[in-house]
Design a protein. Structure first.
Length: 528
């Protein structure tokens, strides 16, 4: 398998700040002094996000070693207090994706409070319409959508400092990122990433940002966090494009050298840390923790099926410093996108739960099976849609006994109800096969049916309904293959023992059929 990089050792990492303030609003350093300060800390990219004024510094501050990103922080204040006296505010950073964006959306002098910012009243190019601001979900979504349409990346700032609760942000759409760390507020209302986790747990692909929100020199070091942008290119648009693609990670200390996937494993290399964790939806997927007094610099974990829903990597370094990768949703689709330039043959799993990234070798090319979201079955229409997108030349469609309603349904619904459900499913499968056949002929795509439908060899009557259903699906596959010139392979028969009986391993876990079959196929090809 080709190594797929989520973070590549071959790409340069540009240390960036995406939230800071200057004398153009309520900071104490001029833009030039701010640039010099960040350069001393090793930064080469800084987004200048002064409050409510879009002051463009790119031309005056950028050079061969430094890029100033044009941005501003939009403040939506609380218009009332709740019973506890808390005032909920929303601060959104608007980052211009190109340096030629001149006009500020939502400019309104009524909300420009900072002394430095007030000097710019009447001097900021802006959209003609002066709009009021409303701390309401509907208006916030309108602001985010408008900003996106005008070419801005929008980040939700310091949600804990803003006294935000899940109902305040889970309904927001179109956000680029949310802060998981904000140095400026960490000694007041520390950010812990809880709001961001709620967002990604809900299925929103929102990236994470660690920022300093720097205003002034303080007793503590006000520059603790950074975003590391991974790209070998160094221009304004190439930096913002890498941000948009999620090619960065955030940190308050640890650095990540490589995150890659190959040989069915997730590989991580980093600076010395105390722990490396892979986290999913409200769950710890796997972890590596250093022994007392020791540190880790690498870890590898097997790819697990529930990584496909969503996962991200979290590092814990010395003094509880942290690093976060952006979330990866639908790992199968992600890998597909990354490798389509080389591979055009894939195994699609028409299965209740697709579990393993099996290796397949076809025509001397190594391709990979890709697992998609868990569903009752991967519908043929989805295979067709993906095939149209990626111009498949050959596909393998697997049917397994997970298509057969399991034992737990017997006791809940009874055998007669199971048979009725099976009959409905057979009709659906028949129509799906017709749709697939028509599409394959139109696109000249080769199709191979893989039957993983073991007939249970047992005298127990309860298996009869499974046997009959398995035979019915096999009959549909064989008939469709014969009619359309497709290939049909009965994997079950190839893995029976000398007595023609499948091992208990395959009876209890039919997905092992595919794994063993393709491993055997792979070995045979290597020996030829």
């Amino acid at each position: 398998m080709k190594k797929v990089y989520l973070i590549s050792e071959n790409e340069k990492q540009h240390k960036a700040e995406l939230h800071t303030h200057t004398t153009c609003s309520d900071g104490v350093l001029t833009p030039l002094e701010t640039k010099e300060l960040y350069q001393k800390h090793g930064f080469s990219v800084v987004a200048f996000t002064d409050h409510d004024v879009f002051v463009r510094h790119h031309e005056e501050l950028s050079d061969e070693t430094f890029i100033a990103l044009n941005a501003f922080e939009l403040g939506i204040p609380a218009f009332s207090e709740d019973e506890t006296g808390r005032q909920k505010q929303v601060h959104l950073n608007f980052l211009a994706q190109t340096p030629d964006i001149e006009k500020m959306p939502f400019y309104n002098p009524q909300y420009i409070y900072q002394k430095g910012a007030r000097d710019f009243i009447g001097r900021i190019p802006h959209n003609e319409k002066i709009e009021d601001r409303k701390n309401q979900i509907e208006w916030l979504n309108y602001a985010i959508q408008t900003g996106n349409e005008l070419g801005f990346l929008i980040t939700y700032n310091h949600p804990i400092w803003s006294v935000a609760e899940p109902q305040d942000y889970l309904s927001l759409n179109g956000l680029f990122a949310m802060e998981v760390w904000n140095t400026g507020s960490c000694y007041d209302m520390p950010e812990d990433g809880a709001a961001w986790r709620e967002m990604i747990w809900s299925g929103k692909n929102v990236k994470c940002v660690a920022a300093n929100d720097y205003h002034a020199p303080q007793e503590f070091d006000g520059i603790q966090a950074a975003v590391y942008i991974c790209t070998n290119n160094f221009s304004y648009e190439e930096i913002t494009d890498a941000l948009k693609q999620g090619k960065f990670y955030s940190s308050t200390g640890p650095t990540i050298e490589e995150v890659s996937i190959y040989d069915g494993k997730l590989h991580i290399r980093c600076s010395p840390v105390k722990a490396i964790r892979v986290l999913g939806v409200k769950s710890l997927i796997c972890k590596a923790v250093a022994d007392f007094g020791e540190m880790l610099t690498e870890a590898e974990f097997p790819i697990k099926p529930y990584m496909n829903n969503m996962f991200y990597i979290h590092l814990t370094g010395k003094h509880n410093t942290q690093a976060w990768t952006n979330p990866i949703f639908n790992l199968g689709k992600y890998l597909l996108d990354m490798q389509m330039q080389e591979f055009h043959e894939f195994l699609f799993l028409h299965d209740k739960m697709v579990a393993y990234p099996w290796l397949v070798q076809v025509d001397d090319k190594v391709a990979h099976t890709y697992f998609f979201e868990r569903k009752v079955s991967l519908q043929i229409k989805e295979i067709v849609a993906l095939g149209n997108e990626y111009e498949f030349k050959k596909i393998y469609v697997q049917f397994s006994s997970s298509e057969i309603i399991g034992f737990d349904y017997i006791f809940d619904k009874g055998i007669e109800e199971i048979k009725r459900i099976q009959q409905e499913r057979l009709q659906e499968i028949e129509q799906e096969l017709k749709n697939l056949s028509a599409w394959a002929k139109e696109k000249n795509v080769a199709v191979v049916f893989l039957s993983m439908l073991p007939v249970q060899h047992s005298a127990v009557d309860v298996y009869d309904y499974r046997n009959n259903y398995a035979r019915a699906i096999n009959s549909l596959l064989i008939a469709t293959a014969r009619e359309n010139g497709f290939e049909y392979i009965d994997v079950s028969s190839k893995l029976e023992n000398e007595q023609g009986i499948l091992s208990e391993k395959y009876i209890m876990n039919p997905t092992c059929l595919a794994e063993d079959y393709f491993m055997n196929y792979f070995r045979r090809k290597n020996n030829e």
